[in-house]
Design a protein around this ligand. Structure first.
Ligand code: GLU
Length: 298
């Protein structure tokens, strides 16, 4: 691949303001794209309207801009892409890769065994709906084959899709498309070659690669950066009340993000203008320096 074939992206969910954990993911994906002379796109993952915070999407873009991020091309909004997701679902229906399911979450939880990320759906509806209920979800069929993938930071993974994940939902009973489907459709639409994101999505990667395989789409290269946690060891998120990034502290936060990513910035870097900090960062970026393990952000 020539360097300019690199297309990276940052895909925030506007469920709340950006915090240090989101900044770290944005910085890593941005610097990696620039180090490859690649493009860096932004996709607003505003699929889950009930969880969205009004105004958060605009605030996120305002903060990114104030921090000195520069993105390429138009921003894609997932809320405007239902037709593309539906068309992809129909492609999977035609290929007999999916089935309808009307089990409730409760029914699944009662009988499912634990997988690597929650209960593994035991396939009750594989041969036809098993209950009287109008609300219908769509699930992708998995089998016992192993999906093996390499992560640039976290190493090699081997998931037995049926045992570790199970038949997973692509469209929910409430009509909403699942993140796993949307992200695969959009990464393909935007020709994403490299995904750099938080390690909370590491276990989603095999589902996304399986979907790409079913849809005969190319798979991007993946890198998952460690999650920033608070002093109690919880992932920084809206739920754990992570502090929102402020424009006044941009230089400090940015420098801390560089330190978190293993770049070892000089002590006085935060005293320089943002443009200088970015220059230093671009010069020193090396994905190999990013630690794989979790770190505490104090
Ligand atoms: N929207 C997801 C998040 O904010 C990121 C999805 C992705 O990078 O694949 O956590």
């Amino acid at each position: 691949m020539s360097p300019t074939d690199y297309i990276g992206r940052y895909a925030p969910s506007p469920t709340g303001p950006l915090h240090f954990g989101s900044l770290v993911a944005a910085v890593a994906s941005f610097l990696d794209a620039r180090a490859h002379q690649g493009r860096w796109l932004i996709r607003m993952e505003d699929l889950d309207k009930p969880r969205e915070m009004p105004g958060a999407a605009d605030d996120i873009l305002r903060i990114l801009e104030a921090y000195g991020f520069e993105w390429d091309g138009e921003i894609i909004y997932q809320s405007q892409r239902h037709e593309a997701y539906q068309a992809t679902l129909e492609q999977l229906i035609a290929a007999d890769k999916v089935y309808r399911c009307n089990c409730s979450r409760r029914e699944v939880a009662d009988i499912a065994h634990a997988g690597i990320e929650g209960p593994v759906y035991p396939g009750l509806c594989r041969n036809g709906l098993s209950r009287e209920r109008d609300t219908i979800a769509w699930r992708l069929k998995t089998d016992a084959a192993h999906l093996i993938f390499h992560d640039r930071i976290q190493g090699d993974f081997d998931h037995c899709m049926q045992r570790d994940i199970g038949d997973f939902v692509l469209k929910r009973a409430d009509g909403q498309f699942a993140y796993q489907l949307a992200v695969v459709v959009d990464d393909a639409e935007q020709n994403i070659s490299h995904v750099v994101r938080g390690a909370d999505l590491l276990n989603s990667t095999s589902r996304q690669i399986l979907l790409q395989y079913c849809l005969q789409l190319p798979s991007p290269v993946y890198a998952h950066i460690p999650l920033a946690t608070n002093a109690a060891g919880d992932k920084l998120s809206k739920q754990t009340r992570a502090e929102a990034l402020s424009i006044e502290n941009a230089a400090d936060s940015l420098t801390q993000a560089l330190a978190f990513l293993g770049l070892n910035p000089p002590d006085d870097l935060a005293e320089f203008p943002l443009a200088e900090i970015w220059l230093w960062a671009a010069e020193h970026w090396q994905l190999e320096k990013v630690p794989a393990r979790l770190q505490s952000n104090g």
